[in-house]
Design a protein around this ligand. Structure first.
Ligand SMILES: C[S@@+](CC[C@H](N)C(=O)[O-])C[C@H]1O[C@@H](n2cnc3c(N)ncnc32)[C@H](O)[C@@H]1O
Length: 238
Protein backbone atom coordinates (compact mmCIF):
# COMPACT_ATOMS: atom_id res chain seq x y z
CA UNK A 1 0.00 0.00 0.00
CA UNK A 2 2.80 2.41 0.98
CA UNK A 3 4.55 1.60 -2.29
CA UNK A 4 1.42 2.55 -4.26
CA UNK A 5 1.07 5.87 -2.40
CA UNK A 6 4.75 6.74 -2.97
CA UNK A 7 4.45 5.75 -6.65
CA UNK A 8 1.33 7.92 -7.10
CA UNK A 9 3.03 10.92 -5.44
CA UNK A 10 6.10 10.44 -7.67
CA UNK A 11 3.90 10.29 -10.79
CA UNK A 12 1.99 13.43 -9.73
CA UNK A 13 5.26 15.31 -9.07
CA UNK A 14 6.73 14.16 -12.39
CA UNK A 15 3.59 15.37 -14.16
CA UNK A 16 3.76 18.74 -12.40
CA UNK A 17 7.45 19.09 -13.24
CA UNK A 18 6.94 18.55 -16.98
CA UNK A 19 3.60 20.31 -17.48
CA UNK A 20 4.03 24.02 -16.80
CA UNK A 21 0.39 24.84 -17.53
CA UNK A 22 -0.88 22.47 -14.83
CA UNK A 23 1.92 23.62 -12.49
CA UNK A 24 0.84 27.27 -12.87
CA UNK A 25 -2.79 26.33 -12.24
CA UNK A 26 -1.99 24.23 -9.16
CA UNK A 27 0.36 26.90 -7.83
CA UNK A 28 -2.27 29.63 -8.18
CA UNK A 29 -4.69 27.56 -6.15
CA UNK A 30 -1.96 26.76 -3.57
CA UNK A 31 -1.08 30.47 -3.26
CA UNK A 32 -4.73 31.27 -2.71
CA UNK A 33 -4.86 28.85 0.22
CA UNK A 34 -1.49 29.82 1.74
CA UNK A 35 -1.70 33.61 1.35
CA UNK A 36 -4.85 33.87 3.41
CA UNK A 37 -6.29 37.30 4.36
CA UNK A 38 -7.55 35.74 7.63
CA UNK A 39 -3.99 34.87 8.72
CA UNK A 40 -3.79 37.82 11.13
CA UNK A 41 -0.08 37.53 12.00
CA UNK A 42 1.08 37.48 8.38
CA UNK A 43 -1.41 40.17 7.35
CA UNK A 44 -0.16 42.41 10.19
CA UNK A 45 3.37 41.91 8.91
CA UNK A 46 2.37 42.68 5.32
CA UNK A 47 0.06 45.64 6.10
CA UNK A 48 1.65 47.28 9.16
CA UNK A 49 5.36 46.70 8.54
CA UNK A 50 5.93 46.32 4.79
CA UNK A 51 3.00 48.12 3.13
CA UNK A 52 2.08 50.65 5.81
CA UNK A 53 -0.14 53.49 4.52
CA UNK A 54 2.51 56.10 5.35
CA UNK A 55 4.96 54.44 2.93
CA UNK A 56 2.86 53.45 -0.09
CA UNK A 57 1.66 56.25 -2.34
CA UNK A 58 1.11 57.59 -5.86
CA UNK A 59 1.44 55.28 -8.82
CA UNK A 60 2.16 51.88 -7.30
CA UNK A 61 3.66 48.96 -9.21
CA UNK A 62 3.42 45.50 -7.67
CA UNK A 63 5.81 42.86 -9.05
CA UNK A 64 4.54 39.26 -8.93
CA UNK A 65 1.21 40.16 -7.35
CA UNK A 66 0.08 36.53 -7.20
CA UNK A 67 -3.55 36.33 -6.05
CA UNK A 68 -3.51 40.03 -5.15
CA UNK A 69 -3.28 39.34 -1.41
CA UNK A 70 -1.51 42.67 -0.80
CA UNK A 71 -4.61 44.54 -1.99
CA UNK A 72 -5.94 43.88 1.52
CA UNK A 73 -3.28 46.30 2.76
CA UNK A 74 -3.76 48.84 -0.04
CA UNK A 75 -7.49 49.07 -0.78
CA UNK A 76 -8.26 51.87 1.73
CA UNK A 77 -5.02 53.79 1.22
CA UNK A 78 -6.16 57.16 -0.12
CA UNK A 79 -2.58 58.12 -1.03
CA UNK A 80 -2.60 55.61 -3.89
CA UNK A 81 -3.47 56.93 -7.38
CA UNK A 82 -3.10 53.70 -9.33
CA UNK A 83 -1.97 50.08 -8.89
CA UNK A 84 -0.37 48.14 -11.71
CA UNK A 85 0.19 44.44 -11.08
CA UNK A 86 2.81 42.46 -13.00
CA UNK A 87 1.76 38.81 -12.88
CA UNK A 88 2.78 36.32 -15.60
CA UNK A 89 0.73 33.37 -14.26
CA UNK A 90 -2.65 33.61 -16.06
CA UNK A 91 -4.38 31.55 -13.34
CA UNK A 92 -3.83 34.33 -10.76
CA UNK A 93 -5.98 36.83 -12.67
CA UNK A 94 -9.40 35.75 -11.45
CA UNK A 95 -8.25 35.81 -7.80
CA UNK A 96 -6.98 39.38 -8.32
CA UNK A 97 -10.22 40.41 -10.05
CA UNK A 98 -12.20 38.89 -7.17
CA UNK A 99 -10.28 40.92 -4.57
CA UNK A 100 -10.64 44.10 -6.67
CA UNK A 101 -14.42 43.78 -6.74
CA UNK A 102 -14.87 42.50 -3.15
CA UNK A 103 -12.67 45.23 -1.65
CA UNK A 104 -14.49 47.91 -3.65
CA UNK A 105 -11.22 49.50 -4.75
CA UNK A 106 -11.42 53.14 -5.75
CA UNK A 107 -8.01 53.73 -7.37
CA UNK A 108 -7.23 52.65 -10.94
CA UNK A 109 -6.04 49.06 -11.31
CA UNK A 110 -4.37 47.22 -14.17
CA UNK A 111 -2.98 43.68 -14.40
CA UNK A 112 -0.23 43.00 -16.94
CA UNK A 113 0.46 39.36 -17.74
CA UNK A 114 4.18 39.88 -18.43
CA UNK A 115 7.51 39.17 -16.78
CA UNK A 116 8.97 41.90 -14.57
CA UNK A 117 12.32 41.36 -16.30
CA UNK A 118 11.05 43.47 -19.24
CA UNK A 119 8.23 45.84 -18.31
CA UNK A 120 8.01 47.48 -21.74
CA UNK A 121 4.54 48.92 -21.03
CA UNK A 122 5.81 50.89 -18.03
CA UNK A 123 7.50 54.21 -18.77
CA UNK A 124 10.82 55.10 -17.17
CA UNK A 125 10.59 57.41 -14.13
CA UNK A 126 6.80 56.97 -13.86
CA UNK A 127 6.28 54.97 -10.65
CA UNK A 128 6.28 56.37 -7.09
CA UNK A 129 6.35 53.06 -5.21
CA UNK A 130 7.32 49.52 -6.22
CA UNK A 131 6.31 46.63 -3.97
CA UNK A 132 7.29 42.97 -4.15
CA UNK A 133 6.60 40.18 -1.65
CA UNK A 134 7.70 36.54 -1.89
CA UNK A 135 8.74 36.76 -5.55
CA UNK A 136 12.53 36.51 -5.99
CA UNK A 137 12.58 32.89 -4.79
CA UNK A 138 10.60 32.02 -7.95
CA UNK A 139 12.94 33.81 -10.35
CA UNK A 140 15.83 31.75 -11.76
CA UNK A 141 19.31 33.27 -11.83
CA UNK A 142 20.41 35.67 -13.28
CA UNK A 143 16.92 37.19 -13.73
CA UNK A 144 16.47 38.66 -10.19
CA UNK A 145 19.12 41.23 -11.10
CA UNK A 146 17.15 42.19 -14.24
CA UNK A 147 13.99 42.68 -12.19
CA UNK A 148 15.74 44.90 -9.65
CA UNK A 149 17.23 46.94 -12.52
CA UNK A 150 13.83 47.23 -14.26
CA UNK A 151 12.28 48.42 -11.00
CA UNK A 152 15.00 51.07 -10.82
CA UNK A 153 14.27 52.16 -14.40
CA UNK A 154 10.53 52.66 -13.84
CA UNK A 155 10.82 54.38 -10.44
CA UNK A 156 10.78 58.16 -10.27
CA UNK A 157 13.94 59.67 -8.76
CA UNK A 158 13.50 59.38 -4.99
CA UNK A 159 10.90 56.62 -5.45
CA UNK A 160 10.91 53.68 -3.05
CA UNK A 161 10.94 49.93 -3.63
CA UNK A 162 9.64 47.90 -0.66
CA UNK A 163 10.51 44.24 -0.61
CA UNK A 164 9.89 41.20 1.58
CA UNK A 165 11.19 37.76 0.63
CA UNK A 166 11.79 34.42 2.23
CA UNK A 167 15.43 33.42 2.11
CA UNK A 168 17.73 30.50 2.81
CA UNK A 169 18.64 30.14 6.51
CA UNK A 170 22.12 31.37 7.46
CA UNK A 171 24.41 28.29 7.52
CA UNK A 172 26.34 29.69 10.51
CA UNK A 173 23.25 30.44 12.59
CA UNK A 174 20.85 27.61 11.63
CA UNK A 175 23.00 24.87 10.03
CA UNK A 176 20.35 22.12 10.32
CA UNK A 177 17.65 24.23 8.72
CA UNK A 178 20.05 25.30 5.97
CA UNK A 179 20.86 21.65 5.18
CA UNK A 180 17.20 20.63 5.28
CA UNK A 181 16.24 23.46 2.90
CA UNK A 182 18.94 22.38 0.45
CA UNK A 183 17.79 18.73 0.68
CA UNK A 184 14.13 19.49 0.14
CA UNK A 185 14.97 22.10 -2.55
CA UNK A 186 14.20 20.00 -5.68
CA UNK A 187 10.75 18.99 -4.35
CA UNK A 188 10.03 22.54 -3.13
CA UNK A 189 10.90 23.85 -6.59
CA UNK A 190 8.27 21.65 -8.27
CA UNK A 191 5.48 22.38 -5.78
CA UNK A 192 6.42 26.09 -5.53
CA UNK A 193 6.45 26.63 -9.32
CA UNK A 194 10.20 27.31 -9.46
CA UNK A 195 10.66 28.65 -5.90
CA UNK A 196 14.13 28.00 -4.37
CA UNK A 197 15.78 28.76 -1.03
CA UNK A 198 18.24 31.49 -2.00
CA UNK A 199 20.55 34.04 -0.33
CA UNK A 200 18.35 37.01 -1.30
CA UNK A 201 20.66 39.52 0.46
CA UNK A 202 23.22 38.95 -2.31
CA UNK A 203 20.82 40.36 -4.93
CA UNK A 204 20.22 43.43 -2.77
CA UNK A 205 23.94 43.94 -2.10
CA UNK A 206 24.47 43.86 -5.87
CA UNK A 207 22.11 46.89 -6.15
CA UNK A 208 24.10 49.09 -3.78
CA UNK A 209 25.90 50.72 -6.72
CA UNK A 210 22.61 51.22 -8.66
CA UNK A 211 20.13 52.58 -6.08
CA UNK A 212 20.84 55.67 -3.96
CA UNK A 213 20.29 53.55 -0.87
CA UNK A 214 19.64 49.89 -0.07
CA UNK A 215 18.60 49.01 3.47
CA UNK A 216 17.53 45.57 4.63
CA UNK A 217 17.34 43.26 7.63
CA UNK A 218 16.69 39.56 8.12
CA UNK A 219 13.98 38.34 10.50
CA UNK A 220 11.75 35.38 11.34
CA UNK A 221 8.28 35.69 9.82
CA UNK A 222 5.23 34.19 11.55
CA UNK A 223 4.52 31.75 8.70
CA UNK A 224 3.05 28.36 9.58
CA UNK A 225 5.57 26.51 7.40
CA UNK A 226 8.69 26.34 9.63
CA UNK A 227 11.08 25.91 6.68
CA UNK A 228 9.93 29.23 5.16
CA UNK A 229 10.32 31.39 8.29
CA UNK A 230 13.69 32.94 7.40
CA UNK A 231 12.84 36.27 5.82
CA UNK A 232 14.39 39.50 4.65
CA UNK A 233 12.72 42.91 4.33
CA UNK A 234 14.10 46.09 2.91
CA UNK A 235 13.72 49.34 1.06
CA UNK A 236 15.63 50.47 -2.02
CA UNK A 237 15.54 54.18 -2.88
CA UNK A 238 16.25 55.47 -6.40
C1 LIG B 1 5.12 32.96 -4.25
S1 LIG B 1 4.18 33.93 -5.34
C2 LIG B 1 3.95 35.38 -4.35
C3 LIG B 1 2.69 36.10 -4.65
C4 LIG B 1 2.41 37.35 -3.80
N1 LIG B 1 3.32 38.41 -4.11
C5 LIG B 1 2.42 37.04 -2.32
O1 LIG B 1 3.09 37.74 -1.56
O2 LIG B 1 1.73 36.10 -1.90
C6 LIG B 1 5.39 34.46 -6.54
C7 LIG B 1 4.74 35.18 -7.71
O3 LIG B 1 5.76 35.67 -8.59
C8 LIG B 1 5.29 35.52 -9.91
N2 LIG B 1 6.41 35.56 -10.86
C9 LIG B 1 7.18 34.53 -11.28
N3 LIG B 1 8.05 34.93 -12.21
C10 LIG B 1 7.82 36.26 -12.40
C11 LIG B 1 8.40 37.25 -13.25
N4 LIG B 1 9.40 36.95 -14.10
N5 LIG B 1 7.90 38.50 -13.19
C12 LIG B 1 6.91 38.83 -12.32
N6 LIG B 1 6.33 37.93 -11.50
C13 LIG B 1 6.78 36.67 -11.53
C14 LIG B 1 4.58 34.17 -9.88
O4 LIG B 1 3.72 33.99 -10.97
C15 LIG B 1 3.87 34.24 -8.54
O5 LIG B 1 2.58 34.79 -8.65
Amino acid sequence: MLFIIVALIAIALGYLKTNSNIRHRVFASLCNSLANPNDTKMMNLRCDEILDKSRINGNVLEIGAGTGINLHCLYNNTNIKSWIAIEPNPYMKHYIDDYISKLNIKFQTKVLQISATKMVDIQSDSIDTVIMTHVLCSIPDPLPREILLEAHRVLKPGGKFYIMEHTIADRNVKPNMNTFQLLIGPLWKIIGDGCEFKPIANYLDDMKHVYKSVIYQTFQAPVKLVIARDHIKGVLTK
